[in-house]
Write a protein that binds this ligand. Structure first.
Ligand code: ADP
Ligand code: ASP
Ligand code: MG
Length: 438
């Protein structure tokens, strides 16, 4: 018999109705022995995720604004789910512990946010009759704050071997000082991936609210279809570029252990979803795999005559960004011009200083910035062998009268990246989607 790890995202565990759906899914499949859960997410559009409410509690706490009512709203949501399901969880005691940590100031933002998945995993474990196993004792971060892969794998495989079935809270682990530390937002996907690796699963099922990885963000292209097969590399490019369905850091742990991921829809369990594996789609008749992008990047454009003959120019430019701790996304260049694209978040509050340093060190003829850039990637392993893909893409953008600010193609030739104005983002994604038939 095979072994599966199933991770259920926020909307899949948002309330008692959703929890009954996941119970049915899990009980119908004997192979699903380890379950990772997110905190309850949105129950309807306009609702607030528990994680966001917990961060808000922290903001209230830091600004000496009363937070009791807010905390009560959170507690009520868990209690309501437990009561509807007829499950007894001592939430009063659990919330007393949280309140005590908030009152004595030891409740960090990470600790508070992590309670969302912790409190939910206790409930789901009781619902399924599975053991609750806390991620805190198994997931470790190193002193740089990065996941300690080897130690996590060792502790987790050792611990989970003792449990036939277990529910594990997603999103957090322990830092080197013994405090709770979370992954970045959406991080329960990473927990699911490390659990799958630790128990040597045959499949990592990631249950969400869409029937797989869609060719484009359904909020922009509602008719976008799910892809049947995608390779790890394609998925990584798409998730990194903004296809938020799966956290991009969730790919490495399963890829390294060659465990396929199946993205499934909790609300439509009959749909097969998307399989992500080393192979991807080998049919050869798919022009591109998907389109993904994000808004709010800054392009720093530098021109200097004879730049191309100035040895070390790009190194000096990127060294400045490195000194400011800024991660560079793209560096498209011309003969005597170079641009560097960074996310707005990375340069917030330090852009003026960076530009001053660039003026001083690089002595450019011109130095301009545009902080309204969106970056869109069109990804597909078939692209490398199919001439004309780029022509189709650029024609589509031209016909939609979209001004392209930047073009970049990774050396792997599995993606073409374009930069456009933020205002053209949705229009550009739609135009690219329409240019390729699915
Ligand atoms: P969960 O809470 O289950 O982890 P997320 O909200 O993190 O779910 O991810 C699922 C959402 O990702 C979808 O509802 C959809 O709006 C969004 N999304 C963005 N791009 C894509 C895409 N290419 N395919 C599928 N979903 C996408
Ligand atoms: N609850 C966390 C978040 O909202 C983690 C997750 O859902 O994956 O980001
Ligand atoms: Mg998610």
């Amino acid at each position: 018999m095979g072994l599966k790890v199933a991770k259920f995202g926020g909307s899949s565990v948002a309330d008692a109705i959703q929890l009954m759906k996941i119970k049915e899914i899990i009980e119908a499949d004997d192979e699903m022995r380890y379950v990772v859960v997110s905190a309850p997410g949105k129950r309807f559009s306009g609702d607030t995720k528990i994680t966001d409410l917990l961060y808000l509690c922290k903001t209230h706490m830091d600004h000496n604004v009363p937070y009791d009512q807010l905390l009560q709203v959170i507690e009520d949501r868990y209690v309501a789910a437990a009561v509807s399901l007829g499950i007894d969880v001592d939430y009063e005691r659990e919330f007393d512990i949280i309140k005590a940590a908030m009152a004595d100031g030891t409740a960090t933002a990470d600790y508070l946010a992590s309670r969302g998945e912790y409190l939910n995993a206790i409930l789901v474990a009781k619902l399924l009759g599975y053991d609750f196993v806390d991620a805190f004792s198994m997931i470790r971060f190193n002193k740089k704050g990065k996941l300690d892969d080897a130690e996590t794998d060792r502790l987790m495989s050792q611990e989970l071997a003792k449990h036939e079935n277990a529910v594990i809270p997603g999103f957090y682990g322990q830092d080197i000082d013994g405090r709770v530390k979370t992954f970045s937002r959406g991080g329960s996907d990473i927990t699911g991936a490390v659990v799958a690796r630790a128990v040597k699963a045959d499949m990592y099922e990631n249950w969400t609210d869409v029937s797989g990885f869609l060719v484009a963000d359904p909020r922009i292209v509602p008719e976008a279809k799910p892809m049947a097969n995608v390779s790890y590399q394609e998925l990584r490019e798409l998730s990194y570029m903004g296809a938020s369905v799966l956290h991009d850091e969730a790919i490495y742990p399963v890829k390294s252990a060659d465990i396929p991921i199946n993205i499934r829809n909790t609300n439509r369990p009959e749909d097969p979803g998307t399989i992500i594996s080393t192979e991807g789609d080998r049919s050869g008749n798919r022009p591109i795999t998907g389109i993904a992008g994000s808004k709010n990047f800054t392009s720093i454009n530098i021109s200097k005559s004879m730049m191309s003959t100035e040895v070390g120019f790009i190194r000096r430019m990127t060294a400045i960004l490195e000194d400011f701790g800024v991660c560079v996304e793209h560096v498209p260049s011309g003969v005597d011009t170079v641009s560097v694209i960074v996310s707005n978040r990375e340069v917030e509050g330090k852009l003026d200083e960076i530009l001053e340093e660039m003026e001083r060190v690089l002595k450019p003829d011109t130095l301009e910035i545009n902080d309204n850039i969106s970056v869109i990637a069109t990804v597909g392993e078939g692209m490398a062998y199919k001439p004309g893909t780029a022509a189709r893409l650029f024609t589509a953008l031209a016909e939609a009268e979209i001004n392209i600010k930047m073009i970049d193609q990774g050396s792997s030739e599995i993606n073409i990246i374009v930069g456009v104005e933020n205002k053209d983002f949705e229009k550009a994604v739609k135009a690219i989607y329409d240019a390729f038939e699915f």
